[in-house]
Ligand binder design. Sequence first.
Ligand SMILES: Cc1ncc(COP(=O)(O)O)c(C=O)c1O
Length: 392
Amino acid sequence: MITAGRRREWVRGKGGSVVNPPVWRASTILFDSVEDLREASSHPDDQLYYGRRGTPTQWALSEALTELHPGAEATLLYPSGVAALSMALLSALEAGDELLMVDSCYEPTRVFCDTVLKAQGINVTYYDPLIGQDIEQLFTPQTRAIFMESPGSLTFEVQDIPGICEVAHRYSITTILDNTWATPLFFPAIERGIDLSVMACTKYITGHSDTMMGSVTAIPSHIEKLKRISNLFGQYVSPDDANSALKGLRTLEVRLKAHEKNALKVAKWLSEQPEVAWVLHPALSSCPGHEFWHRDFKGSSGLFSFVLEGGDDRDRTALIDSLEHFGIGFSWGGYESLALPVDPQPIRTAASWQAAGPVVRLHIGLEDPDDLIEDLAFGLKRFKASRDQSGF
Ligand SMILES: Cc1ncc(COP(=O)(O)O)c(C=O)c1O
């Protein structure tokens, strides 16, 4: 975590080494001769060749992320989490293939499948996140890939990933995971059977809400296809963003542990409040699939949802608008807390999702959790007053 990706030749100068690999900005790379230029074209991804193929700044980040995934061959970087997800999917599928996609996935992942993949002649079948090894019953001769996101966006079901990977590999089906919530620190995806582990580095890896980035870490048999499609699509991240992500990565472990501690305190407190019907936090037994979290994960991060006891959108808005320590906004994984109204019901197609009231998603940051609890206590009072007034 501290020194990963810090290759001597990337940090060494005359006399000594710098701590952080410098930002190498480049489009053109100059060669001493035509022969050198031709020679460089045989290894364009790990020696200077052309800006779009990276420089030591991006390579240091890729290598660091690969080191965090035991069993992985390499990591490719993308300008956003969605770019990473879409490249992982396109690398595993061709026209005529079928993808099994988890019903609880991040909504833009679903939109990508329903538009781009379908237009490419790839059939997408959604499955219940709690299906476990029964997923085998959905396999057809065309099934080529299974996409998992665990826990699921918004509703936080934890999947039986090792179980699904075991049946998938019996049929040579590629397994892809959106591992943004846990990162390899809390869920070592490749070790647990995943072929392509995707992260929106925008969240915990960069950690400071100021950089967009995605990554795909792959096992040896999947890296060449991924490289090829990514190069064809011109995928690239700037050295400044790679530098920002690499700095974020150095503190990932301490931040994640603090997010975990704070979020658990807030989640447990929420579960005792009469205005709260259901807390969807993987480390709490109330969360669907909690047993898989308990068996497979090494920790829990700062993102979870809770369902209000009755009320409607206006009552939920009264709660969120009253919060002082929570920002209202998309994304998560930065050092500050966020609250967001979310509506999972209309998105789902494979397994219906019902709850007693509206849903709030929280990202718990690095503030004092007692301040956050005080804030939420006030917010729940505002919610209750609004709900009682509207007669729900
Ligand atoms: C689980 C998950 N995956 C992927 C993404 C996409 O990441 P990005 O915003 O970097 O495209 C997000 C963004 O919120 C997310 O929550």
